[in-house]
Design a protein around this ligand. Structure first.
Ligand code: OGA
Ligand code: MN
Length: 292
């Protein structure tokens, strides 16, 4: 069977079906999925009964796996494979994490608009998030299309953005959330990464506005002016017309291209369990991101 796509939003995002994600992918299927990702940037697969290993294998068909912040925070983890990222409010012992726990700090950081791992080089290409346990209300995930955001900029801003670059820093969101107790070694463990504010998306040839909450400084600009500019651009990029809101069902696998979208989690009652698992691919030359 081959890939079927049903658009979910006027500018991006589609529901995908017709390929069995629990089995090894044929090269032709990898290319078909890449072509769909180039077009839609977010793909939603419903009713996927994936084990952790099957999710890892699916992800690895697109490239090497990313560890994100696990390089800095060497904490005890619930999930065995370090490449399977535990997006949950459950602690290493399996209990719902405390309100002020490090686990929930990460979850609150995920509720700010971001591109996974944009604070490191290489950054993330695709992320894939699989839902296992959901709370009774809230906890949606929203996605914003950075290509549509670029297209929607005033011409004056497009011209002004040419050649500008921004520094993305791993602990910026944590610090924004009031968590500042990091050792110098932790602060230095991930040096900031610098990305152009305007880029051309390799797979679609479309220009995009690469912002997000990890961006803390426009290179060469004063800090206050930088932060306001980045804030304005982020506000532009995340207008409702560029946003798809995903309402999770157990068994959903949502994959997105971090090089062309932002995402954020939405609020829920953190006394209730929410358990998802993420795999993320590094944006490196050996990744298999070529399309059909
Ligand atoms: C992520 C993320 C948001 C959410 O998994 O990378 O940002 O809704 N998740 O859990
Ligand atoms: Mn994320």
């Amino acid at each position: 069977m081959s890939l079927r796509l049903k658009p979910l939003h006027p500018v991006f995002a589609a529901e995908a079906s017709g390929i069995d994600l629990t089995r090894p992918l044929a090269d032709s299927e990898v290319r078909e999925i890449n072509a769909a990702m180039n077009q839609y940037a977010v793909l939603v697969w419903r009713g996927q009964p994936l084990t952790g290993q099957q999710q890892l294998d699916f992800a690895k068909s697109f490239g090497p796996l990313d560890l994100g912040l696990k390089k800095v925070f060497k904490r005890k983890e619930r999930l065995e494979d370090e490449h399977l990222i535990d997006i949950s409010n459950v602690d290493a012992e399996g209990k719902v994490a405390g309100r002020d726990s490090p686990k929930n700090l990460s979850n609150f950081a995920n509720q700010l608009w971001h591109s996974d791992s944009s604070f490191q080089d290489p950054r993330a290409a695709y992320s894939m998030l699989h839902a296992l346990v959901l709370p009774s209300w809230g906890g949606n995930t929203e996605f914003a299309d950075l290509r549509a955001a670029y297209d929607g900029l005033p011409e004056r801003t497009k011209a002004e953005l040419q050649g500008l670059r921004a520094e993305h820093y791993a602990l910026h969101t944590r610090i924004l959330l009031g968590d500042e107790a990091y050792t110098d070694d932790q602060k230095k463990a991930i040096p900031p990464a610098v990305w152009p504010l305007v880029e051309t998306h390799a797979g679609s040839g479309r220009k995009l506005l690469f912002v997000g909450v990890h961006a803390r400084q426009v290179i060469g600009w004063p800090t206050a002016e930088s932060r306001m500019y980045l804030q304005d651009l982020l506000e532009h990029a995340t207008q409702r017309e560029f946003v798809y809101r995903h309402e999770w069902q157990v068994g959903d696998l949502v994959m997105w291209d971090n090089r062309g979208t932002l995402h954020r989690g939405r609020r829920y009652d953190i006394a209730e369990r929410r358990e998802l698992r993420r795999t993320t691919i590094e944006d490196v030359p050996e990744a298999r991101l070529m399309a059909a």
